[in-house]
Write a protein that binds this ligand. Structure first.
Ligand SMILES: [Zn+2]
Length: 204
């Protein structure tokens, strides 16, 4: 049986005041609050692809440039995300190593991977059911701010660190790229119109 969508019977929801409108055009003014809106977010897929692509590009300097600089008496040592994790392990700081690994390595890659799966499923169809894809979208959205955990950990380390011979830890240029990469994945998830998941649905 086919699934009846509001779009099929000429209805659309105004995103500003949530009034259900009769749609005379794909894009029109809301009958109640007069805001311009479209039945589907315009260029949703293109914007999602563009932001995801930008995030992937920023992921490279985020991982290659120093994320943190460990200042020691008389010298300082810059380290990338992975070197930083290695450093925390060597210092026996396993919980910090695990948080940094999950927040700055696993989550961004899982998020970008999830976005690519969603983009592909809308463009080419997918073996995943729309329900699974919707769950994936919720996970991608949920992960959004959590990757910033890493930035907080670095900030926390900068504040509290007083370890053996390390006098201070500073955030390096990699952390700027990392923060921007996280913001771009959030833009990508926000640009994605989840209704596209259900639009491509074949009749069940
Ligand atoms: Zn309205």
């Amino acid at each position: 049986m086919g699934v009846l969508r509001a779009k099929d019977i000429g209805l659309g929801v105004c995103p500003k005041c949530l009034k259900l409108n009769h749609m005379y055009n794909e894009r029109q003014r809301c009958l109640r609050c007069h805001a311009m809106f479209s039945q589907r977010r315009p260029s949703s897929l293109k914007l999602t692809i563009a932001w995801t692509f930008t995030a992937i590009i920023f992921l490279i300097p985020a991982n290659l440039l120093p994320m943190m600089t460990f200042n020691k008496i008389g010298s300082s040592e810059a380290s990338t995300i992975l070197e930083g994790i290695n450093y925390f392990i060597l210092q026996g700081m396993y919980p910090v190593a695990i948080i940094v690994f999950i927040a700055s390595f696993i989550i961004p890659i899982a998020k970008i991977g999830g976005l690519i799966v969603l983009i592909n499923s809308v463009r080419k169809g997918s073996k995943l059911t729309p329900k699974r894809r919707a769950q994936l979208f919720h996970i991608v959205e949920f992960l959004g701010p959590w990757s910033m955990l890493d930035v907080f950990v670095v900030a926390l380390m900068v504040g509290v660190v007083n370890l053996s011979y390390v006098t201070s830890i500073e955030a390096g240029p990699g952390s700027t790229y990392f923060a921007l990469m996280v913001i771009f994945t959030m833009f990508a998830a926000h640009s994605f119109d989840p209704r596209l998941i259900w639009d491509t649905q074949e009749n069940d």
